[in-house]
Design a protein. Structure first.
Length: 254
């Protein structure tokens, strides 16, 4: 701690303020697009005090003037949740191509949590890292609800076992609740609610019981539901939705 407060590298500060990813911030800085107090800085680790007194600008636009954006996407199957993929696969950002606000391109928006490539459904984006951290907090964040097609028709005992949990690779995995939605002769659709966010949690949990996931669709985060939003389409969150997702009632939003 210094007299001016905690200090962090310039690239990290840009990322934490929701301007872009840390990797992209480093590129911008090296390219000379970022100024601090009117002076071009080309060092991504240039120290920025936590007091907020330094004026940081990208391409001449000061950071504090940037509004916050929050949106939800119905993620299609087959897209990866990343800005760039080293294997050249399509990413979720394909769905946001050409998006604008008041005639200007959207700023950098980061995914809030993840859905793996084979999963579908509700995915949030924002440029508010503090809000995103509250929504994804494993202790206090909202529950996530999924509709999952499996390759068997589970009985009541097996449904209860999913809630009781199973060990997988040294972790205890379990669902908060599970119910049968509908069943055919060889497969069924389940509604599974999680109150924690472990990597590929549902797929790993069901695999521990020898069950294969055929489709996995996230249909709700807290009381925010996917509804009839078309596949690959997105919409803005309302100020009330933004507030409720982080357990707050005051108005927030763009």
């Amino acid at each position: 701690m210094t007299a001016g407060g905690a200090r962090h590298g310039l690239a990290r500060v840009l990322s934490k303020r929701g301007v872009c990813s840390r990797t992209e911030a480093a590129r911008w800085i090296v390219a000379g697009r970022v100024t601090v107090d009117g002076r071009v800085v080309r060092d991504p680790e240039f120290p920025i005090a936590g007091t907020g007194r330094q004026r940081i600008a990208v391409d001449g636009d000061e950071l504090d003037a940037a509004p916050r954006f929050y949106l939800m996407l119905n993620k299609p199957r087959g897209l990866v949740t990343t800005a760039r993929d080293e294997r050249g696969r399509d990413t979720v950002y394909r769905c946001l191509e050409g998006a604008s606000w008041q005639g200007r391109p959207l700023p950098w928006l980061a995914p809030v949590g993840r859905l793996d490539q084979a999963s579908e459904g509700l995915l949030l984006f924002c440029n508010d890292p503090e809000w995103a951290a509250r929504v994804t907090d494993p202790e206090s964040g909202p529950d996530k609800t999924y509709h999952v097609q499996v390759d068997t028709v589970p009985d009541d005992a097996l449904l209860a076992a999913f809630v009781h949990g199973a060990q997988h690779e040294g972790e205890l995995l379990r669902a908060k609740s599970v119910r049968l939605l509908r069943a055919g002769e060889r497969n069924a659709w389940l509604e599974i609610t999680l109150d924690e966010g472990r990597n590929r949690q549902i797929r790993r949990l069901l695999a521990a019981f020898g069950i294969e996931v055929l489709r996995l669709v996230r249909v709700a985060i807290g009381d925010l539901v996917l509804g009839d939003l078309a596949k690959g389409q997105w919409r803005w969150l309302t100020a009330d939705e933004v507030a409720r997702l982080q357990g707050r009632t005051e108005n927030l939003g763009r």
